[in-house]
Design a protein around this ligand. Structure first.
Ligand SMILES: [Zn+2]
Length: 397
């Protein structure tokens, strides 16, 4: 496929190229430069007036609760999403599996329409939970990263007494990891040091919620005399989710250990749990990415997430942030988080995952700053097409 005369946000610095030709071959971008000649029998599209940007990576979701949209608005975070006692757990465990699958599939279709080409999901429900999400995405062309978990949560006494993972669960864990991309752990307060260390031995992707609420931070201190983040590091995670209440020291610890962070600002705000301090995270040297978290209480829309994060961060700190920095969090930085050099940017030999934006749409024209345009003006209405793995997954060009 040859896409001619298109503007591109190119490479790891999202450099704006005003008009180039892009050749896609198989799953990859092959050539990006001016005046490429169309080969015989090659599909060729003139895309004058369009802008190609990397597909968004939604770095943290729980699409499993898509059927529980806006239930329990009156409850606090613990009451809504605690893995044992929360409303979400009760709803998921009593819902018909076919309903769960239908609404998970809808969430994936919705994400593609909004330019999300990869999503990283924390999938509850053990092996059964993984089977359900795999069924949901079977015919949906999105790129999934599925992080499963055992339905095994320790009480406070077991955490204090450092109870190890039972043998039966160790066997189940092996089976689970064969079916997914890694582990998405609910938090350190439900797992002893021994269990976290056991999980840490596996080579697949590991991630964990950390410092999401004031309450979870206090619980960790009270239970173990250590910060939640400090204990989460026992997992040797690839990334920590939230860090909304992390101290400067905890952020420095994450940066030093090359552990990425996923912030979920709209989800935190909708639970009335604060706003992550991305300026402080960047200052500490962290690789910051963005996720939309639970569909139950937040829409899986990265355009809205970018806009919200940009404005609320500048408003809170009374200092400016370059919109390109925010856009990188949804693209380039997520490739770094997954340690996948072929994901998250448009460059020769990277995966051909991208969004084609119509620059002439009334919401965007005239586009004087493409980064600001994407971060706070664009919506799914501005999308002409979404390409995933070299194929048009949504729209037309
Ligand atoms: Zn989460």
């Amino acid at each position: 496929m040859l896409i001619k005369n298109i503007s591109v946000l190119y490479g790891s610095d999202l450099k704006y190229l005003s008009s180039v030709d892009v050749r896609v071959s198989g799953q990859y971008f092959k050539q990006i430069r001016k005046s490429l000649r169309v080969a015989s029998k090659e599909e060729c599209y003139d895309c004058e007036g369009f802008l190609m940007i990397p597909g968004f990576v939604n770095a943290h979701t729980h699409i499993g609760d898509s059927l529980a949209k806006d239930l329990g608005l009156e409850l606090d975070a613990e009451q809504r999403i605690h893995p044992i006692s929360g409303l979400k757990h009760r709803i998921l465990s009593t819902s018909k599996p076919s309903h769960l699958v239908d609404f998970m599939r809808n969430a994936c279709v919705s994400m593609i329409r909004k330019g999300i080409t990869t999503f990283i999901d924390f999938r509850e429900g053990g092996i059964d939970g993984i089977n359900l999400i795999q069924k949901a995405i079977r015919h949906v062309p999105i790129r999934p990263v599925i992080l499963g978990r055992l339905e095994y949560y320790q009480d406070k006494r077991s955490v204090k007494q450092n109870v190890p993972l039972p043998k039966s669960k160790r066997i189940e864990l092996q089976q689970l990891l064969r079916k997914c991309d890694g582990l998405g752990i609910s938090g350190s307060n439900e797992n002893s040091d021994s269990v976290l260390r056991y999980y840490s031995k596996f080579k697949k992707i590991k991630a964990i919620h950390s410092a999401e609420t004031n309450q979870s931070c206090k619980t960790s201190k009270k239970l173990t005399n250590r910060t939640e983040t400090h204990r989460c590091l026992l997992l040797r995670p690839n990334f920590l989710v939230h860090m909304t209440h992390a101290s400067r020291r905890d952020l420095q610890l994450a940066a030093k250990n090359k552990i990425s962070i996923v912030v979920c600002p709209r989800a935190n705000a909708s639970l009335a749990e604060g706003i992550p301090d991305v300026s402080l995270m960047i200052k500490a040297g962290c690789n910051v990415t963005i996720g939309t978290d639970n569909v139950m209480f937040n829409s899986p829309d990265m355009f809205r997430e970018l806009d919200y994060l940009w404005k609320v961060s500048m408003g809170m700190k009374k200092s400016r942030i370059d919109p390109k920095t925010i856009l990188k969090m949804a693209t380039v930085n997520a490739g770094k988080l997954l340690r996948n050099k072929k994901l998250g940017m448009i460059q020769e030999n990277t995966l051909a995952d991208c969004i084609i934006i119509d620059k002439r749409t009334i919401d965007l024209a005239p586009m004087h700053n493409p980064y600001a345009s994407i971060v706070h003006r664009a919506s799914e209405n501005a999308i002409k097409a979404v390409i995933i793995g070299g194929k048009i997954a949504h729209g037309t060009i």
